[in-house]
Design a protein around this ligand. Structure first.
Ligand code: FMN
Length: 373
């Protein structure tokens, strides 16, 4: 009996299987304006399945939260209208879709923020001085701009940006929202102590570093109520120059604190992936296993899963669902392929972040491959 293909109640929805589409930045929003257009509608509709959960790509909550050219937003009316067409297309196929809310923090460039310096928990020049680091702008991949530390008096406005984006997500027809707390973006920059050197109420102790995350979650829950808000974390993840001196103390505290909100789910990225590359193939999921003992709600595990390892983690009880990233890029019908034992198509990394239909909506479904063969 496949657990991966068995139903589950999640976020107020009845899912018919547990093959979740992970959040995937693809840079295909219409410019200017970061508006989801027809290409994005087609892409998400292709990946929707009856009773399947999709988590949208990272979606910026304000103009100054932007950090990745081509990523969509949820801070304008045009964006809400664009997303309405995406959510309608997913719902028409019986799918469920959450919006991933994103503030990129220091991982940005003034050409993308529109002028203001990127913001972070603290100033870490090594981040922008790293000669290998690149960020996506209208002029191509460039070094991130120098960033500045948020003043304590500015933090309430950031929380409010998230709250307003959550309202817009509701207006746009999403089924819930996921806070992007992983992969070294703003929330993670506050969580982990190699990037947070603050000495105020948002830095220092674990309790203080977790404060921003909890304030944002409370704001999201104020809009959506319980069971429709989720959080994604990347414990011990090193992407974007992250690290923490006590990752499991930190992330256990996060998980424990989140218990009081009755979240739709906690989404955990395993540290064996570095952003979008598996660095320790074959390593068993460790983060999920540890946090399972602490978090009382549903858990989505992500990062380097194959259908077999996904089934295994559900069978051993460390997660309730599994999110697939790269396989969903190249297999629009991934749940059907897993159900039928059809082969999985490989993905083309070079078109992950390009700007047109190629490598985006032209991956065929299995039946189409069979017809062509
Ligand atoms: C092209 C690409 C874009 C991504 N964009 C996001 C994103 O917007 N938000 C996020 O939380 N993770 C993002 N990720 C990470 C994925 O959600 C996922 O954690 C990662 O790909 C590992 O899972 P996989 O091995 O199934 O691909 C991205 C990954 C890829 C490959």
């Amino acid at each position: 009996m496949s657990k991966l293909l068995s139903p589950i109640e999640l976020g107020g929805a009845s899912l018919s299987h547990r093959v979740v589409m992970a959040p995937l930045t693809r840079s295909r929003s219409d410019q200017p304006g970061d508006v989801p257009g027809p290409l994005m509608v087609e892409y998400y509709a292709q990946r929707a399945s009856n009773g399947g959960l999709i988590i949208s790509e990272g979606t910026t909550v304000s103009p100054s939260a932007r950090g990745w050219f081509g990523a969509p937003g949820l801070f304008s009316t045009a964006q809400v209208e664009g997303w309405k067409r995406v959510t309608a297309a997913v719902h028409a196929k019986g799918g469920v879709i959450f919006s991933q809310l994103w503030h990129t923090g220091r991982s940005s460039h003034i050409e993308v923020t529109g002028g203001p310096l990127p913001v972070s928990a603290s100033v870490n020049p090594a981040y922008w001085q790293d000669p290998t680091r690149r960020t996506s702008t209208p002029s191509g991949w460039v070094h991130p701009s120098p960033h500045r530390a948020l003043e304590i008096g500015e933090i309430a406005a950031i929380v409010e940006d998230y709250r307003l984006a959550a309202e817009r997500a509701k207006a746009a027809g999403f089924d819930g929202v996921e806070l992007h707390g992983a992969n070294g973006y703003l929330i993670d920059q506050f969580l982990q102590d190699n990037s947070n050197h603050r000495t105020d109420a948002y830095g220092g102790s674990i309790e203080n570093r977790v404060r921003l995350l909890l304030e944002v979650v409370a704001a999201l829950v104020s809009v959506w109520g319980p069971n429709r808000v989720a959080v994604r974390i990347g414990p011990a993840g090193k992407w974007n120059d992250m690290s923490d001196s006590e990752p499991y103390a930190l992330f256990s505290h996060v998980a424990r604190q989140l218990n009081r909100f009755v979240l739709a789910y906690l989404h955990i990225v395993e540290p064996r992936v570095l952003g979008n590359v598996v660095v320790t193939a074959g390593q068993a999921p460790v983060a999920t296993e540890q946090l399972r003992k602490v978090f009382t709600g549903k858990i989505i595990a992500a990062g380097g899963f194959e259908p077999e390892t996904a089934e295994a983690i559900l069978q051993n009880g460390d997660a309730d669902l599994v999110a697939f990233g790269r396989y969903f890029i190249s297999n629009p019908d991934l749940p059907a392929r897993i159900r039928n034992g059809w082969p999985l198509a490989s993905y083309d990394r070079d078109s992950f972040y390009t700007f047109d239909a190629t490598g985006y909506v032209d991956y065929p479904r299995h039946e189409e491959v069979a017809v062509l063969a």
